[in-house]
Structures are given as C-alpha cells and as structure tokens.
Ligand binder design. Structure first.
Ligand code: WQD
Length: 351
C-alpha cells in the first residue's frame, strides 16, 4: 500500500481528504496536535471508510517530534501538508503567531522531505495568494497582489519556499489553491467544526439558521458586483478532497517533469454573498435572519477560478452544485444540534 502522511488531518479539509485517499487505495497516517481540531473527527472517518487512522498528536514546529514520525514510518511515499492556522481575522491580530506556526511547521516538514527523500508533496494553498485580482476569473499565472492578511502572506511565502526548495530536491511538489471550501461529506459523519464564532460565511449562515447565532451580518453590499455583495467561488469540500487524491496520483504516476506545479481548485463559477444566502434559504426553507453591515477589512471584492488546468491535467471535475453545498452544510449543522441535545439529555446536571 502507498502510505501517505496527512498533516492537519483532523481538520475540515484534511479529514475529508483522508476519506478520499483511503477510498482510492492509499494507506494514511495523520499528524495533528489538535490545537484547532478535534481528534474525534477520525471516528467519523473510520465509520465512513472502515479504517482506523493513527494520529501522531505532535507539534510540527518541534523538529525532533516531526522527524520521529518518518523514522517510525520509513514507507511514507507522500505528504499532504494541511497543518496551519487559517483564520484571516486572527492572523491580523496575532501576525507573529501565524508566521511562527505556519512557516516553522513547513520548514520542518520540508527538512523531512529532504532527509527521508519523500518523493511526493502536496501543499494546501489558497486563492488568498492572488489578493484583489485585476482580472477574473484568475488562472494559475495571474500575478499575485500583496496578501490582504498575514494568513495570506504565510500562503504566499509557503509557495515561494516550496518552489525554491524543490528545485534542489529530486522530489516533486504540487500547490493546490483552494477557493472557498464549503459543505460536508454526504454521509453527514464529518463536516466543518469552527471554533468559536465562525468567521467564514457558510458556517455563519447555518449557525444563524439553527439559532446558535441570533443574527449575522452581510459585510457590505456597496461593492462593484452584480448585487453589491462580494463575489467568491464556493467549492464543495468533497470535490476539494478528491483533487488531492488526483494530485497524488499525478505525482505517483510521474505525469510531470516539473519540480513544482500549481492548480486552482474552484468551480469556475462566481457566487455573491446574497446569492449564497438565497441558495441556503432555498434548500433549508428558512428565511435567514441577517442584516446588512459595514465592509470587513481585508475582504477581496471579487474572485473566482479558471479551473481548466486542474480539469485537463488532473482530470478533476467538480461534482457538487451550490445547492448541494448548502444542503450538506445544513444537514451537518442539524446533526451537530441533535448530538448536542442528546448529550444535554444524558448529562442534565452539566447544563
Ligand atoms: C466569504 C464572503 C465575507 C462571514 C477566507 C480565506 C480563504 C479560506 C476561506 C482558509 C466575504 C462574507 C463572511 C459573515 C459575510 N481560508 N461574509 N458575513 O474571506 O473569502 O476566504 O476563508 O482556507 O483562504 O481567505 O471567506 O467565508 O470568510 O467570506 O458577509 O458572517 O462572505 O465578507 O465576502 P474568505 P469567508
């Protein structure tokens, strides 16, 4: 079996990617210190795949502990590196914490790629590297603007570090630039678990709809877009996950001579905030309680992907529609609420 190390595998995209890798014949181990995730998500992965996933609960910023994973697993042939802090807002408040964590963990992983000659490497990047593009849709060659946040800067720097490092290595790398991952696995056994008040749009919508949040704000409707609200490319997390399996296959099957290849992962369709809310209301039958608020600092006005390169070279084809993204996100929120109610009923004294 081809063994893959998934760092940050207890996270939202990481856990969905582990499911897809296992379903496509890979053996997977995970490294996640659960500082921003819950190891129980691997129970959901196990229920879906029938496979128990071993998690090394270590801090990837500690080189010795990172090294030990590879000493214990000399048969690792590939790494998918998700582990990083990813909140745009938090990165503005705590830039040094973001640079320290996201870059030092990457340095250590790359040192292990070199030391253990790991042939295949896939990096979790983001459309945030484009900043506010002059022209949309963006291709992989669209020039990068200054990042709008330290989080975005760690992705831009990470890509540059990888591109330079892999010129010297016999290994090969792929950078996957996600647009806006949303939704949950159709089994509704795994999904997004935002910590605290969600910064991202779709969990804010579902938590408002279920009553966890009294209301939510649309951050500005005075932008130069078709309805005044910001435009994004929302993409189902399962489509994103499958692209990782295809990217690994692309490297394992030696499909490229390039040391480092970049792919956009978006549907290729733009969707505004107000359109996303309408899609949610359509699938849930709920009139969402939202207000129009001021713009959010650092927001990109409009961006969506030209995804032709991933479709032609990775043979990737996004399957999920916007309505299905909203439907699975809503079903996941309902599942969380039902589980919370069962817990409260079984532990009345805790309430
Ligand atoms: C989308 C739109 C908001 C919440 C960031 C990162 C990206 C990725 C996803 C990590 C914007 C609006 C949001 C709300 C709102 N991160 N919004 N009310 O900022 O496009 O992307 O998160 O992988 O790398 O850059 O995503 O979901 O925060 O915002 O109106 O309560 O929804 O203003 O226009 P974003 P988002």
């Amino acid at each position: 079996m081809k063994k893959i190390l998934v760092t940050g595998g207890c996270g939202y995209i990481g856990s969905h990617t582990i499911v897809d890798l296992v379903e496509n014949g890979y053996e997977v181990i995970c490294a996640d210190n659960n500082s921003r995730s819950n190891e129980n998500i691997l129970l959901g992965v196990e229920k879906i795949t029938g496979k128990k996933i071993k998690n090394y609960k270590i801090d990837l910023c500690v080189l010795d502990d990172t090294y030990a994973i590879f000493q214990e697993n000399p048969d690792i042939i590939g790494i998918i590196h998700f582990a990083a802090y990813k909140s745009v807002g938090e990165s503005v408040e705590k830039p040094l914490m973001y640079y320290d964590n996201n870059l030092n963990s990457l340095f250590n992983i790359l040192k292990c790629v070199a030391a253990f000659k790991i042939p295949h490497f896939v990096f979790s990047s983001s459309c945030t590297v484009y900043g506010n593009p002059d022209k949309i849709p963006v291709t992989e060659e669209t020039p990068q603007k200054p990042a709008a946040s330290p989080y975005g800067a760690t992705k831009q720097m990470g890509e540059q570090i990888i591109q330079d490092a892999f010129k010297e290595l016999s290994s090969k790398a792929i950078l996957l630039r996600y647009f806006n991952p949303v939704g949950a696995h159709p089994s509704i056994l795994i999904g997004e678990l935002p910590l605290g008040r969600p910064a991202n749009l779709v969990p804010a919508i579902t938590q408002t709809a279920i009553g966890k949040l009294p209301t939510m704000q649309v951050y500005g409707t005075d932008y130069d877009t078709r309805d005044g609200s910001c435009l994004r490319d929302y993409i189902h997390v399962v489509d994103i996950a499958h692209a990782h399996t295809l990217a690994l296959n692309f490297l394992v099957d030696n499909k490229t001579e390039q040391a480092c290849t970049v792919f956009n992962l978006g549907t290729g369709d733009g969707c505004t905030v107000l359109e996303a809310i309408k899609a949610f209301e359509q699938v849930s039958g709920i009139a969402l309680n939202y207000e129009i608020g001021p713009r959010r600092a650092g927001d990109v006005v409009a961006i969506y992907a030209n995804n032709e390169k991933a479709k032609s070279q990775l043979l990737w084809k996004p399957q999920y529609s916007l309505l299905q993204m909203m439907e699975t996100a809503w079903k996941w929120e309902l599942k969380i609420k039902a589980e919370e109610q069962i817990f409260e009923a079984q532990n009345p004294d805790l309430n």
